[in-house]
Design a protein around this ligand. Structure first.
Ligand code: ATP
Length: 221
């Protein structure tokens, strides 16, 4: 990571980023602004344990994330999950970031509401709350309804929920904060599908990423 944010809450956005698109970038940018984060660190997953393997290999996905954030000093990229062998689990990644940034720095894991609602299936999910705050972005067609949550997650949510961004700066971990973002119903799946049939993905993701995709013939028919 660069100079970015040596103090103040640090946002963390993991994802397959296969490829990164404007939905991810607005999530990072709006979280940074609304939650008063010092910076947001994007962490492309190596081998995600929860889903089918990404289509583009790790080095390509990393290069696309780097291209996407290059002009924004508030966003950084962490390559450690791509560079490590084996599955990418969030808890060990947060343990590493906690060791790197010290016990007192607030870490804020950013999740889309769909990802949050599946949290109980994650490896050592309850340890997440001792390592970081969780900020849940509500995204199109994924409303954060209590009725959609597993009972164990609903219990954590009611105990830990805060609506105040200032609370994130007051403790290193442990809060859950929902926040609304501009709805952008963009998905990497739809982008890959468009590119695979020779269609246009323009304006769904940064031009620099699209250039990288076409230079490297990714997601082609
Ligand atoms: P795929 O279509 O391949 O499943 P994706 O576009 O959903 O991919 P991921 O890399 O799985 O992207 O997402 C990383 C994080 O970004 C997740 O927390 C997810 O909820 C969030 N996210 C993805 N797309 C959007 C979007 N359009 N708006 C807000 N958050 C998003």
């Amino acid at each position: 990571m660069t100079e970015l944010g040596r103090a103040g809450p640090l946002g963390i956005l993991g994802g397959t980023f296969d490829p990164i698109h404007h939905g991810h970038l607005r999530l990072a940018e709006e979280a940074r602004e609304r939650l008063a984060l010092a910076a947001v660190c994007l962490i492309p997953a190596g081998t995600p344990p929860h889903r089918h393997p990404p289509q583009a290999d790790g080095q390509h996905r990393l290069a696309m994330v780097r291209a996407a954030v290059a002009a924004n000093p508030g966003l950084a990229v962490d390559a450690s999950e791509i560079e490590s062998q084996g599955p990418s689990y969030t808890v060990p990644t947060l343990e590493r970031l906690r060791a790197q940034h010290g016990p007192g720095r607030p870490l804020v894991l950013l999740l889309g509401a769909d990802a949050f609602l599946g949290l109980t299936t994650w490896h050592r999910w309850q340890d997440l709350f001792t390592l970081a705050h969780i900020a849940v972005a509500t995204r199109p067609s994924h409303v954060l309804e209590t009725t959609h949550k597993a009972p164990a997650l609903a219990a954590e949510f009611s105990q830990r929920q805060t609506l105040s961004a200032a609370a994130l700066a007051e403790a290193p971990a442990g809060c859950i904060i929902p926040f609304g973002i501009t709805p952008l119903d963009i998905s990497a799946t739809a982008i890959r599908a468009a590119l695979a049939t020779g269609g246009s993905a323009r304006y769904l993701l940064p031009d620099g990423v699209l250039d990288y995709i076409s230079r490297n013939r990714l997601y082609q028919p």
